[in-house]
Design a protein. Structure first.
Ligand code: SAM
Length: 276
């Protein structure tokens, strides 16, 4: 990964001389998804690959280099629905000034531990907020919306908010579920929780979507809505374009052979959208 030397040195400094009190707290915290390195040999989810090694993180790093880089110093990023702060940590390591936004207190507390552990690195802040209510004074060069959009009841309206959060010339990275077509429904791992396809017009744009039943008790789910809306792939493109993103790229090639079957099973897509 193209980590700037001065930041990598700060990371390694934390590994060499860790804050033992915070390290102990991190060891006791139950991380549910993000395996963030704590030392050269230990992470927040022992036995799992580090978040830096996951194909979706590599896709983000490469997109940053292509569309926002190569020098990210001084540029800003927001990581929406940041869970345990793993992607925020990776964005910071890549050189961005990062703000993670998380609506669930138990997740936010873990983000604060990660921030405290890597305090010497600086440039990584977190806020405990519902993303729907998050109205920062300034927009960001990079907006990361990963694993969040499909937890909202009004994703089309939220894409308009994503455009407002993105500076002119900035990029949105969107990693999300899309509603499968009827012929793809049986292959979809979430078929049992999805409604039939529906159609609606939102601010002049016709969208097709399925409703999805959410279990709000899970740490990675929506924070209060028990159903959310998954738009189909074409609707995402139309809504992003209507919101002001004029170039939209879809990413493939990070999961090797069988990638299309995997994406069909998990109804997952990765987009980079640019604002002029
Ligand atoms: C599936 S996880 C994705 C985590 C991370 N972005 C990633 O890609 O690994 C969804 C996260 O969004 C948070 N979340 C869901 N709805 C939210 C909302 N309305 N406001 C803030 N956070 C929310 C959840 O608490 C959870 O941490």
């Amino acid at each position: 990964m193209p980590y700037p030397d001065h930041l990598q040195q700060k990371v390694e400094q934390a590994w060499r001389s860790p804050d033992l009190e915070v390290l102990n707290e991190l060891r006791q915290a139950q991380f549910v998804a993000h395996n963030i390195p704590l030392t050269r040999t230990e992470g927040t989810r022992p036995g799992e690959p580090l978040i830096a090694e996951s194909p979706r993180t590599i896709a983000i790093h490469e997109s940053l280099q292509r569309f926002a880089g190569p020098d990210l110093a001084g540029k800003t990023a927001v990581d929406l629905g940041c869970l345990e702060g793993g992607l925020s940590f990776e964005l910071r390591r890549a050189g961005l000034e990062v703000l993670g936004v998380e609506g669930r207190a138990e997740n936010y507390e873990k983000c604060l531990l990660v921030r405290a552990y890597y305090a010497a690195m600086g440039g990584m802040e977190f806020v405990h907020s519902d993303v729907r209510a998050f109205q920062p004074k300034q927009a960001f060069d990079v907006v990361v919306c990963s694993g969040l959009l499909y937890h909202l009841e009004r994703p089309a309206a939220y894409i308009a908010q994503l455009a407002r959060l993105t500076k002119p010339g900035g990029m949105l990275y969107l990693d999300t579920h899309v509603a499968p077509e009827d012929e793809g429904l049986r292959a979809c791992a979430f078929a049992a929780s999805l409604s039939p396809l529906k159609t609606e017009t939102v601010e002049g744009v016709s969208i097709r979507y399925r409703e999805y039943s959410e279990d709000v008790a899970l740490p990675e789910s929506s924070i209060d809505n028990s159903y959310s809306v998954w738009m189909d792939a074409a609707s995402h493109l139309e809504v992003m374009f209507a919101a002001g993103f004029t170039r939209i790229f879809e990413l493939n090639g990070y999961f090797g052979a069988g990638e299309q079957a995997l994406k069909q099973r998990y109804c997952r897509r990765y987009f980079v959208a640019l604002k002029p």
